[in-house]
Design a binder for this molecule. Structure first.
Ligand SMILES: *[C@@H]1O[C@H](CO)[C@@H](O)[C@H](O)[C@H]1NC(C)=O
Ligand SMILES: *[C@@H]1O[C@H](CO)[C@@H](O)[C@H](O)[C@H]1NC(C)=O
Ligand SMILES: *[C@@H]1O[C@H](CO)[C@@H](O)[C@H](O)[C@H]1NC(C)=O
Length: 178
């Protein structure tokens, strides 16, 4: 478990080696259902409205509701020769996390990147479709640049979603920082 101290150390390290971030851009998104009888992906796309307004949306439809046990594994990768693990690999019991968000600083940081755009904003049970609606790149940009600068390059935000300990969904978001 990464503690607040560890998170701070990482931030300080990144600041110290002076890695300036200019801009983050989504480059691709992929959603994969591992069990179409449990869950289907209604949509999963990236859209460019114009040069400044780009967003991504995801909707997952659940067939077996309510859902009372949710676990998320989120890991970030940096592309070097292929995608290599970079910085984060956290597994969070979502039901527990939503009861006390401050209990897990890394999950809190990651959740804050999209929380204003999602209906995943309460604790279990979930008895509705899960929606991430028009998460704007500018919003993510602001969070990432303000909170934790990372080096330029290509990144992958990989997440696996488990319900009742069975992997149901993978969401991969690709981004470029330049
Ligand atoms: C981009 O699109 C958004 C949403 O339609 C609009 O509010 C904004 O003014 C547009 N920006 C430019 C530069 O056209
Ligand atoms: C993340 O950590 C878990 C448990 O330590 C491990 O099984 C998994 O392979 C790791 N994932 C990545 C992408 O490194
Ligand atoms: C969760 O988000 C929905 C839709 O944006 C909103 O209507 C609701 O009030 C939010 N719930 C909480 C607990 O913040």
């Amino acid at each position: 478990m990464i503690s607040t101290v560890r998170l701070l150390q990482l931030s300080v390290l990144l600041f110290t080696i002076h890695l300036a971030i200019s801009k983050l851009e989504f480059t691709n998104i992929k959603c994969i259902t591992h069990d179409p009888e449990f869950l289907v992906v209604d949509y999963c796309f990236l859209k460019s409205i114009n040069r400044t307004y780009k967003y991504l949306s995801v909707k997952a439809h659940l067939f077996q509701k309510p859902v009372t046990k949710v676990k998320v594994n989120a890991a970030t990768f940096q592309r070097l020769n292929g995608y290599k693990p970079f910085l984060y690999n956290v597994t969070v019991d979502a039901c527990r996390f939503f009861k006390n968000q401050k209990s897990n600083p890394v999950a809190f940081y990651l959740y804050n990147l999209f929380k204003d755009y999602s209906n995943l904003n309460h604790s279990c049970p979930y008895d509705h479709d899960i929606i991430l609606e028009k998460l704007s790149i500018n919003h993510v940009n602001k969070q990432v640049t303000d909170v934790l600068p990372v080096p330029h390059g290509d990144y992958l935000f990989h997440s696996n979603w488990y319900v009742s300990d069975i992997k149901r969904l993978t969401v991969d978001v690709y981004a470029k920082i330049f």
